[in-house]
Design a protein around this ligand. Sequence first.
Ligand code: C2E
Ligand code: MG
Ligand code: MG
Ligand code: MG
Length: 292
Amino acid sequence: RAIRSETASYYFFSSEMNAEAQVRLGIEGDLRRAVERKELQLYYQPQISVATGAIIGVEALLRWLHPEQGMISPARFIPIAEDSGLILPIGDWVLSEALRQSRAWQDAGLPTITMAVNISAVQFRQEGLVARVTELLSAHAVDPTTVELELTESMLMQDARVAIELLTDLSDLGIQLAIDDFGTGYSSLSYLKQFPVDKLKVDQSFVRHLTTDKNDAVIARATINLGHSLGLEVVAEGVEDVETFAYLKAEGCDVAQGYYFGKPMPADQVGALLAAQRESAGAPVLPVAAHG
Ligand code: C2E
Ligand code: MG
Ligand code: MG
Ligand code: MG
């Protein structure tokens, strides 16, 4: 934040901001090399069918193992990647790597699941995204219907008319589209119904405490109903315990994702879960089984 507004806010530049700006610059430089040095990795978090308890998808989540600083959270480095434009090569790597992994699970004879990939605002507006997605789907021979792109509400609302065109082009490829972090931006409901998307992801800030916070419970329920009224599937993220899962199930939520079922994990662990699910003939292999 400090870097971009450096000249404009010159007179307000404190030594504390300066230190923060330097840390950002350092991270930016390291990030530039991270892709080549293979320090970036994708972890995958299971998404569960509320009705059956089966794993029906995963969300690919970026991890950066910095050589000196250890694991750096995407919440920390993605904003820096966006400001510096580095998000473009990184986002391209994420898409390609996620599709490569999807193909590898298919080749291993594992159950077919959806691969959800986060797209940044800059990536979404980048010229040629549709062509690139098309190219990667074909390069990895992945069925488009098993791929989902997650876009945030705020990035769609930035220029809703352009967003509708882009979403339409992406949707025409046969892939699924989800609105991420729903409820945290400023959605116009009149635009929402025009967006050709398939899913709403209820933001985890409304899910995590819904068993103790009445307002969150009401918002989660209203969002599920809104999504269904618009013909969309609803995914809840941030499900951390069985009580939350039970509430979402009672409210008719379609898909659940959260620490209760599993944290984001390396690909081989997902592979093992999918193999177990294949052996169990679709019966749940994650905690939901133990609680019925
Ligand atoms: P997101 O897309 O909303 O992803 C969900 C985040 O919630 C992930 O954090 C996940 O680990 C976390 N989460 C899931 N279930 C629970 C739970 O039950 N409890 C709690 N406390 N947290 C849970 P993560 O992996 O740190 O990612 C943070 C954000 O960074 C993502 O939010 C997304 O906006 C961004 N991000 C991550 N990977 C990528 C990527 O490949 N590309 C882009 N553009 N953004 C990414
Ligand atoms: Mg997401
Ligand atoms: Mg569609
Ligand atoms: Mg989210």
